[in-house]
Design a protein around this ligand. Structure first.
Ligand SMILES: [Zn+2]
Length: 545
């Protein structure tokens, strides 16, 4: 029997981090890297893995992901693998047939660009299921598609007012058409079957297996707490940890409930304390949504959208945001803001600037996620305020949805400000990479491809339109290979507070590793490189076929 205390990976092209590659081998003992050697195969006991000249990297870290939501999506009506409106109906029908006992059918992963006007309708979904309510989360995480039975069950009619932080899409007569945006998704929250501990742990385990299959060994869960999108996964994480089933390293991003006040911080502290000594969990991060998304006109913009006279909504009043940020900072939490519009980005930077002006921020690792549109004046502020830009590189490309929906909303002047990753890097900003899965695919190699080239990966079914794979979106904002790669390694490890544990390959760090099936430095197409095996602390957690 192989001694699993020791692991040797030989004949490898090792990426040590920060642009340094070494051909040779790596040895772990008791989960810890003890040697990085130029020898092709050093002597030593335990298991030997021949990388056959392929790249061996530190395990990828995803700095913004929704595992329970994504994992449950894999287990429910999973629309993520297709990009076709009729196929959506087929998948709903098939699921409905095979789940006759489920009172409400839940699914995930549709794209609006398949439908006239960019949004589907209840009437279309009724063709697949007219009896039972169907609730389908959009891939963007900000929209929900319901059939007529669901609208009726939730009593959503022409008389239902829009909530302050969301919209019920309607026809010219004010009749709801079947899509609920942002805060309006709460209107159907009561229809969702109560998530049980079992469904939550099943979702997390499905997510963990999927992420490991892509070489991801650690992540920040960007929604832990009660929110409109997912049930609170906190206890489920604890249960998996206690049962020895949690293999990924997870930062729990505690969800700021914007309908509540500063009193919720006490619960954040209790939770941070509850996981303090657990090997795979930490909870020192708070996730604050400051706006929605550009595509729904819910991102907060400095100047009005180009197509409507509206600047979107700041979810939290900027003065209040300053108070919230300062209090969380003072109580030792790292802030993880969601900001897509240039005004929201500015308000989050202002909040950090204010707390730093009062002597706060020491030792904190604050970050702003998504940064769809950044005003040029704000680019240098990331480095100056030591705020990490958490970037979803896979989004920066000219899909049909981008060309037909988003760019006309921004207008020509703001088009070059979109996903300004290159400008941020040149301005000295630290970059951490996330996927926002299930919003978009969590494959880091796809994201790195798009981060560099600003085109869609060859293997992505959601790359729609003639230009997605061929015409770069603002080519000058492309990153060099090392910067894009490090955003998933040392950059993400920084905000995940795992930089002294993983994110590089060096003696003393944990053996969190991904063995690829090709050499990244010579592969003609990153999108076709796969994962041969993934290790956490020297233990295999995924083996490719
Ligand atoms: Zn997210």
């Amino acid at each position: 029997m192989t001694d699993t205390r020791e692991l040797t990976i030989g004949n490898a092209d090792l990426y040590l981090g920060h642009g340094v590659w070494r051909r040779g081998s790596l040895r772990c003992v008791d989960g810890v890297i003890v040697e990085v050697s130029p020898e092709r195969f050093p002597r030593g006991g335990g298991r030997h893995v021949d990388a056959r000249g392929a790249s061996v990297l530190p395990g990828f870290q995803d700095a913004h992901v929704h595992p329970e939501h994504g994992g449950s999506g894999l287990l429910g009506i999973d629309l993520t693998a297709v990009h076709d409106a009729d196929r959506y109906l087929d998948l709903v029908r098939a699921y409905a047939r095979s789940h006759p006992a489920e009172a409400v059918l839940i699914g995930n992963g549709w794209y609006g660009d398949l439908f006239p006007g960019g949004m589907p309708t209840a009437a279309f979904l009724d063709r697949a299921e007219a009896e039972r309510p169907v609730l389908l989360n959009g891939h963007d995480g900000h929209s929900l598609w319901a059939n007529s039975a669901a609208l009726a069950a939730a009593s959503i009619t022409a008389d239902t007012p829009d909530p302050a932080d969301g919209r019920v899409l309607r026809d010219a007569d004010g009749i709801p058409t079947g899509v609920l945006l942002d805060g309006a998704m709460q209107l159907v929250a009561g229809l969702r079957p109560e998530k049980t501990r079992r469904t939550l742990t099943d979702g997390l385990l499905a997510a963990q297996a999927f992420l490991h299959s892509l070489g991801v060994t650690a992540w920040a869960d960007a929604m832990v707490g009660d929110s409109e999108l997912s049930a609170d996964p906190f206890e489920a994480y604890l249960e998996l940890e206690r049962a020895g089933l949690l293999t990924g390293r997870v930062v729990l991003g505690q969800w700021w409930e914007r309908r509540a006040g500063l009193e919720q911080i006490e619960r954040f502290e209790q939770r941070r304390e509850a996981v303090r000594d657990l090997p795979h969990l930490s909870a020192g991060m708070v996730k604050i949504m400051q706006d929605g998304m550009v595509e729904n006109h819910t991102a907060a913009m400095i100047d009005p959208y180009a197509d409507i006279d509206d600047t979107g909504a700041s979810f939290i009043d900027p003065q209040q945001l300053v108070r919230i940020a300062a209090e969380l900072d003072a109580r030792g939490f790292d802030l993880h803001f969601h900001a897509c519009g240039d005004r929201a980005v500015r308000e989050c930077l202002d909040a950090v600037e204010a707390l730093r002006a009062r002597g706060g921020g020491a030792g904190r690792r604050h970050q702003i996620a998504h940064v769809d549109v950044v005003h040029p004046d704000d680019l240098p502020r990331f480095a100056k305020l030591d705020v990490t830009a958490n970037i979803e590189m896979l989004w920066a490309r000219r899909d049909k949805e981008m060309l037909e929906r988003k760019l006309p909303q921004l207008g020509a002047d703001r088009e070059p400000w979109q996903f300004p990753f290159g400008s941020l890097a040149r301005a000295g900003a630290r970059l951490a990479a996330g996927s926002d899965w299930p919003v978009s695919d969590p494959n880091p190699l796809w994201a790195i491809h798009t981060g560099m080239r600003r085109t869609a990966p060859s293997t992505d079914v959601h790359a729609i339109g003639d230009e997605a794979r061929t015409h770069p979106l603002e080519r000058q904002e492309g990153l060099d290979f090392t910067t894009a790669l490090d955003a998933f390694l040392t950059g993400a490890a920084w905000v995940n507070r795992l930089d002294d544990v993983a994110g590089r390959l060096a003696p003393g760090l944990q053996g969190d590793l991904v063995v690829l099936d090709a050499n990244l430095r010579t592969a003609p197409d990153l999108a076709r490189v796969g994962v041969a095996e993934t290790f956490v602390a020297g233990h295999s957690v995924h083996h490719g076929e």
